[in-house]
Design a protein. Structure first.
Length: 75
């Protein structure tokens, strides 16, 4: 999978994911375990929904197109 998340996007996803999982562990709210989704996408750096919608926040899309960026194949 090509990376399509920028540094800030990834950091926010990890923080939100950890926050939701922590909330679930403390309160027992089962929906808090949905925090696994943003946690994993933040750690991997690729969001399947972004791929479907053609969105990229990786920042590598401007200027030189680097390998690993989702938009590197677009010209």
């Amino acid at each position: 999978m090509k990376k399509n998340e920028g540094t800030i996007d990834r950091a926010l996803r990890v923080l939100v994911g950890l926050g939701l999982i922590s909330y679930a562990l403390v309160t027992g709210a089962a929906w808090g375990y949905l925090g696994v989704v943003p946690l994993l996408t933040g750690l991997v750096g690729s969001c399947p929904l972004y791929s479907i919608l053609g969105i990229s926040t990786c920042g590598k899309c401007s200027g030189d197109k680097a390998d690993g960026c989702a938009c590197s194949s677009k010209n």
